[in-house]
Design a protein around this ligand. Structure first.
Ligand code: THU
Length: 138
């Protein structure tokens, strides 16, 4: 990824904070998922009064893409914070990491955690999900 691509993903993920539906936690999360064909799929977290149906921003982005026939991904950027204030990194939860394992190469897929375009860290899925279980294990 070029620096320009990284910055675009961060900016796009941050824009999704506007759409987060978080009446319970007030913790807004935005995601921007870069497909291998160059298209960016966006996502926000969507909470629910019954709590467990809540969908994380990352999974919203993945499911939007997969539901449109896209299954090859390069990277995802995740940003979040209380009321949308980007005070620290928001690493993907375990369930979202597992969804990434389904569609992404652990060695190649990159996860960008950011608080702004000048402050970010990039991890491979392998780093965030060592010894993860995926389709290869079946
Ligand atoms: N959340 C995400 O959207 N992504 C993550 O990876 C971490 C957690 C959301 C779920 C819930 O709406 C709020 O953050 C607080 O857990």
């Amino acid at each position: 990824m070029t620096k320009e691509q990284i910055k675009e993903l961060i900016t796009t993920a941050a824009e999704q904070l506007t759409y987060s539906y978080v009446p319970y936690s007030h913790f807004k999360v935005g995601a921007a998922l870069l497909a291998k064909d160059g298209k960016i799929y966006t996502g926000c977290n969507i909470e629910n009064a019954a709590y467990t149906p809540t969908n994380c921003a990352e999974r919203t982005a993945f499911f939007k893409a997969v539901s449109e026939g896209v299954r090859s991904f390069r990277a995802i950027c995740v940003v979040g914070g209380p009321d949308g204030r980007l005070e620290s990194y928001t690493p993907p939860c375990g369930v979202c990491r597992q969804v990434m394992m389904e569609f992404c190469s652990p060695e190649e897929f990159e996860i960008i955690l950011a608080t702004g375009t000048e402050d970010y860290k990039i991890y491979t899925l392998q780093e965030l999900m060592p010894q993860g279980f995926g389709p290869e294990n079946l």
